[in-house]
Design a protein around this ligand. Structure first.
Ligand code: M6R
Length: 360
C-alpha cells in the first residue's frame, strides 16, 4: 500500500535512493565488481550497433543512457519509438542488438517490434521491472530493474532504475573490451553519490513546491529546455508534467528555440531550464535563458552545483556526468507532482491513461 503517503507517485519518488542502492547490491559483488550475465555482455560485444526500443518514459530513459552506452561500449546507439518501428522498421546494421526498455514488460507497441526482431533472428535484451513479463519471456535476455512495483501511472523510479541498470551493463561490457573510461567509472561508488544527491533534493520538497506556486497553477503551457543530457531530461520532465497536470509542455533542445519556438514565448510563459555541470554547453543554455527572459518568460533554473550561479532556483548536488539524468530528473518529478496536486487532480490516475498500454 501507499502507507502514509497521499499518492503512490510521491512514495515512488521517495524510494529512488533505495532503488539505486539495491541495484548496486544486485549487480555488483561486495568488492564492487560488476556482475552481469556474461552471455549478455558477449552478445553486446558481437553487435555492431545497439537499438533501444521503447515508449513514453522508457523511451526517454533510453536517450538518457545513450551517451554512457556509446562511450563505454564503443558502438553507436540508436533509439526507436516502439509504435513507429513496429510498422516502419528502418534499415538495420549488419549485426544489430535490440534492447527493449519497459517497466511493465507488457507494452504492445514494444512487443510488436520484438516479434519482428525474433523473426529476423536479431538478439535482444529486455530491461524490465516485471520478471516473467511478455517482453522478458520473448527476448533472448532479461535484465531486471528491481525497483519494486510501480503503481502510479506516471513512471518515476522505473526511469531512474533503467538508467542505473544500463550503467551496470555499460560498465560490464566496457570492462570486457578494456575500455579506459569503463575502467575509471566506479559505477557502485558513483551511484552511491547519486543516491545522496537524490536524498538532498528530496529534502528540498518545500522549496520545489514553492516554485510551482504561481508558475504552473493556471498556465496552459510551459517549456523545459536543456542541451545534451539535459535535453533528454527535458523530454522526460515535460512528459511527466503533461501527463499528470494537463499543462501543454514541450521539452526542447535549448539551441533550437531561436529556430522557431521562441515565437511562443510571451509574458509569464513558464520556462524551466536544466543546466547540469557540462562546461561545453552550460554557458550556451544560460544564453538561451537570457533570451527567453528578455521576452518575458517566467524562468526557473534547475542547476547542478558546480554550474550554479547566484540567483539559481533549484540547485542539485553534483554527480558523475554519465548519471546526471538521474539526479536532474528528480526535481522535475516533484514539479509535476506538485503541479498536479495544486490543480486538484488525481495524481496517480490521470485521465485517459492506463498504467500499461497493452493495445497497439
Ligand atoms: O511499461 P513501459 O515502460 O513499457 O511503459 C511505457 C510507457 O507507456 C510509459 O512509460 C508511460 O509513458 C508512462 N505513463 C509515463 O509516465
Amino acid at each position: 500500500g501507499k502507507g502514509t503517503y497521499p499518492f503512490y507517485m510521491l512514495k515512488e519518488i521517495d524510494e529512488q535512493p533505495a532503488v539505486m542502492r539495491k541495484l548496486s547490491q544486485i549487480y555488483a559483488d561486495e568488492a564492487g565488481k560488476v556482475k552481469i550475465d556474461e552471455a549478455i555482455v558477449n552478445a553486446l560485444i558481437e553487435a555492431d550497433r545497439i537499438y533501444i526500443i521503447a515508449a513514453g518514459t522508457s523511451y526517454n530513459a533510453g536517450y538518457a543512457s545513450k551517451y554512457l552506452l556509446e562511450d563505454l561500449v564503443e558502438k553507436p546507439v540508436e533509439l526507436g519509438i516502439a509504435s513507429e518501428w513496429g510498422y516502419n522498421m528502418p534499415r538495420l546494421s549488419e549485426k544489430p542488438f535490440f534492447i527493449f526498455l519497459s517497466q511493465s514488460g507488457e507494452t504492445a507497441d514494444s512487443r510488436q517490434v520484438l516479434v519482428k526482431a525474433n523473426e529476423l533472428g536479431v538478439p535482444s535484451l529486455t530491461v524490465t521491472n516485471v520478471p516473467g513479463s511478455t517482453l522478458s519471456r520473448e527476448a533472448t535476455f532479461t535484465l531486471l530493474l528491481h525497483a519494486g512495483p510501480e503503481i502510479a501511472v506516471a513512471s518515476t523510479k522505473a526511469y531512474t532504475a533503467q538508467i542505473a541498470a544500463l550503467a551496470f551493463l555499460a560498465k560490464a561490457t566496457g570492462t570486457a573490451i578494456h575500455n579506459d573510461k569503463a575502467a575509471n567509472f566506479d559505477v557502485v561508488h558513483e551511484l552511491s553519490i547519486v543516491a545522496q544527491s537524490i536524498e538532498a533534493t528530496l529534502s528540498e520538497k518545500e522549496l520545489i513546491e514553492s516554485k510551482v506556486t504561481g508558475l504552473l497553477e493556471t498556465t496552459r503551457n510551459a517549456f523545459y529546455i536543456g542541451r545534451g543530457q539535459d535535453y533528454y531530461v527535458s523530454m522526460e520532465a515535460s512528459l511527466k508534467l503533461k501527463e499528470i497536470s494537463y499543462i501543454q509542455c514541450e521539452g526542447f533542445a535549448a539551441g533550437e528555440l531561436k529556430h522557431g519556438t521562441i515565437a511562443l514565448i510571451e509574458d509569464n510563459t513558464p520556462v524551466l531550464a536544466l543546466i547540469s555541470n557540462n562546461p561545453k554547453v552550460a554557458a550556451h543554455t544560460r544564453g538561451n535563458v537570457s533570451e527567453v527572459a528578455a521576452r518575458g518568460a517566467n524562468v526557473v533554473t534547475i542547476v547542478e552545483q558546480d554550474a550554479a550561479i547566484e540567483g539559481d532556483d533549484i540547485v542539485i548536488n553534483n554527480v558523475h556526468p554519465y548519471l546526471s539524468s538521474i539526479s536532474m530528473v528528480i526535481p522535475t518529478q516533484l514539479i509535476a507532482y506538485y503541479a498536479s496536486l495544486h490543480r486538484g487532480l488525481d495524481v496517480d490516475k490521470p485521465r485517459n491513461l492506463a498504467k500499461s498500454v497493452t493495445v497497439e
